[in-house]
Design a protein around this ligand. Sequence first.
Ligand SMILES: Nc1ncnc2c1ncn2[C@@H]1O[C@H](COP(=O)(O)OP(=O)(O)O)[C@@H](O)[C@H]1O
Ligand SMILES: [Mg+2]
Length: 200
Amino acid sequence: MHVGMIGLTGFGKTTRLRERVHSVPRLVAFDPVVTPERPRGQLDLPHRFTDGRACAAFIRARPRPRMLRVALHSADWADFSHVAAACLAAGGDMIVALDELRLLCHQKWNAGDGKGVTAFKAHPWVDWLFSESRNYGIEVFWTAQRPEQVGRICTSQSEVFEVFRVAELSDLDAIRPRFRRADFRAIPHLQKFEFVTNGD
Ligand SMILES: Nc1ncnc2c1ncn2[C@@H]1O[C@H](COP(=O)(O)OP(=O)(O)O)[C@@H](O)[C@H]1O
Ligand SMILES: [Mg+2]
């Protein structure tokens, strides 16, 4: 099951993601905020593989480690194919955590009329992750401030959403039909750290 956490900055998305993933046995985590001062990143994960070589080492290791934790703090696309290979080599039952998923999506510009951005598109690796990884026992948990900032595949392939406060309900048009009307209307009035969900 793919799960998206959406809402304004500072309202609790990353914390919720951290709670969800902290005890899972197999995890690949994309944590964009890893700094020398905060090497465990926002998701507070101890192990860090920052490049494709480290992922390749994981694949080769025997016995294979139970846990693969990747904190890629630079969007180096070349690394992601290694991560995907490592996910598959680990044999499923894997959670992939993507904090600030928009950093793995790019704007598609409307070249025709020059008026600007028309949509965000997921990087091919992210596209694969959302559309195919289920077949390999991989689930994706992600966060974003607005559904428009992530590729359409990311929202259409996710079943569960946890929505914290957003500024404008129209920002949520892409996922509105997934919610009961009363729950949806409550979203602009949520306190910090409160969320509504269409899941259990
Ligand atoms: N349920 C909570 N109770 C208390 N503090 C929280 C809770 N959720 C988040 N926080 C705090 O609020 C701040 C912002 O949370 P964070 O999860 O980083 O938000 P976001 O990812 O949406 O920007 C952090 O300092 C975090 O520790
Ligand atoms: Mg955050």
